[in-house]
Design a protein around this ligand. Structure first.
Ligand code: BGP
Length: 467
């Protein structure tokens, strides 16, 4: 039972802006994070994990430690510094070098086209709320397919539409730092799905080799108690954060039970959703053609009803117990004292991953296959004697891999697991003290140190067995 099938990928994930650093090197243009982070003056992304220069070392570590898949993303503004126009050859060559190095080390690259890093010029035009952005994204993706498709077997259109819109328009900790604007969030998710679908269409029309998928963050939502109003709150958040995106991805339209709640939430927030028949046509086409779904899963949430004004506090410091997340017309996340949580208040609940995998396989039988494309535990790691004894992280990953095995034994097709993150990286809204890596980074020297979890992951990967 604890054996994974041959070919199951034991990978690790990165994202360009969080790992590469070199934000002004090689002709790279700005993303919407650059000026914002500089003005804020708290976290400096300019070097991050220096993956831009250190990737040969990191890929050699992958090979040594049994990591046979890697998620990388292509920084759009390295290829098109202004988002559109002429490609920057230095950026184009950088990703040829990186992809070649993955292949040389027998580490399968899963390449994401948009991981939270819209170029500044397109952000100024409205980001995913503007049609221009969608057009430019399709052009950027088309360029990447032409350039790299001969060597990339797995493409990911967009990483976590929900986190993007929650950060930009609900929590307000991503630029443009708008809070509680659920209407903008829903509209932006729809537009991202349309961009995704158009890119899937381009990929399939050109018959590029390889496969294409999308990554959603999918956290299960449970009522905190047996009151009907708590069940309704859990359902509301599930539909807004999960089901709306899954319907758009796999059904090509938003189903009646989804729209009933979306319309209700929009009404309570005085908003509307704008869509066109052509958009649904392309969504339906992509739903048919999509090769895989990537699930990022870290936590689940427990909800109660909430009638007050929206109120959110983001715990970005690791001060346990400081999170608040209450949304008008949706519900309030409440602490479940029986479930452990990280210092950033993320409830650790592997059962939520199992439930989500099973639910997707039942509601969307056309999903083909899934990968868990991110899972891991952020912690305040301490380097001692050249390593980190991260037993908590090993326990966390063990339990989530076990949940995946249970899902597989119930007939769900899961083909791989990517730990977030390969090495410690820059965390968008938490900086550098929330560490996830299999490899600890001393950010002052950029030296890599394998954590205890890296050694453990190596034995799991090599034996294909959960030990
Ligand atoms: C996911 C993102 C990653 C990464 C991870 C951990 O939502 O895809 O980019 O950041 O979450 O999140 P955080 O860094 O906020 O702890």
């Amino acid at each position: 039972m604890n054996q994974f099938e041959e070919g199951f990928i034991f990978g690790a994930a990165t994202a360009a802006y969080q790992a590469e650093g070199a934000v002004t090197v090689g002709g790279k243009g700005k993303t919407y994070w650059d000026d914002y982070l500089e003005a804020q003056g708290v976290f400096d992304p300019s070097t991050a994990s220096d993956f831009y220069h250190k990737y040969p070392e990191d890929l050699s570590l992958c090979q040594q430690f049994g990591i046979n898949g890697i998620r990388i993303s292509i920084a759009w503004s390295r290829i098109f510094p202004e988002g559109t126009g002429e490609p920057n050859q230095q950026g184009v060559e950088f990703y040829h070098g990186l992809i070649d190095e993955c292949l040389k080390n027998k580490v399968e690259p899963f390449v994401t086209l948009h991981h939270f890093d819209t170029p500044e010029a397109l952000y100024q035009k409205g980001d995913w709320l503007s049609k221009e952005m969608v057009e430019a994204y399709v052009a950027f993706a088309s360029f990447c397919f032409k350039e790299y498709a001969s060597k990339v077997s797995y493409w990911i259109t967009i990483n976590e539409p929900w986190s993007v819109v929650a950060g930009q328009y609900i929590i307000g900790h991503f630029p443009p730092n708008i809070k509680y604007d659920i209407t903008k969030a829903i509209q932006s998710m729809h537009n991202m799905l349309v961009g995704h679908a158009r890119v899937v269409k381009v990929f399939k029309e050109h018959k590029y080799p390889g496969e294409i998928g999308i990554v959603h963050i999918l956290e299960s939502k449970y009522p905190i108690d047996d009151q009907l109003s708590s069940a309704q709150a859990a359902k509301n958040e599930h539909i807004v954060a999960n089901q709306f995106l899954l319907d758009g991805t796999f059904k090509g339209s938003y189903q009646a039970d989804t729209m009933a709640i979306i319309n209700d939430v929009l009404k309570k927030n005085n908003g509307t959703l704008e869509t066109t028949p052509e958009e649904f046509e392309v969504l339906a086409l992509a739903a048919e053609e999509l090769d895989f779904l990537g699930i990022n899963y870290y936590a689940s949430h427990f909800l109660a009803a909430y009638d007050g004004e929206s109120h959110i506090h983001h715990n970005g410091s690791g001060e346990k117990g400081s999170s608040i997340f209450a949304l008008k017309g949706i519900g309030e996340r409440v602490n479940n004292p029986t479930i452990p949580a990280t210092d950033w208040d993320w409830p650790i609940y592997p059962q939520g991953l199992l439930d989500m995998l099973v639910e997707i396989s039942q509601r969307y039988p056309n999903y083909h296959k899934m990968y868990v494309t991110e899972n891991g535990m952020g912690d305040k790691d301490v380097l001692e004697n050249g390593t980190v004894s991260d037993d908590n992280r090993i326990d966390y990953v063990f339990l989530h891999l076990e949940a995946i095995q249970q899902a597989i034994s119930q007939g769900v097709n899961v083909q791989g697991y990517f730990m977030w993150s390969l090495m410690d990286v820059f965390s968008w809204t938490n900086g550098y003290n929330k560490r996830y890596g299999l490899f600890y980074i001393d950010f002052a020297t950029q030296t890599r140190y394998p954590k205890k979890s890296a050694h453990w992951f190596n034995s799991v990967s090599r034996s294909q067995k959960l030990i």
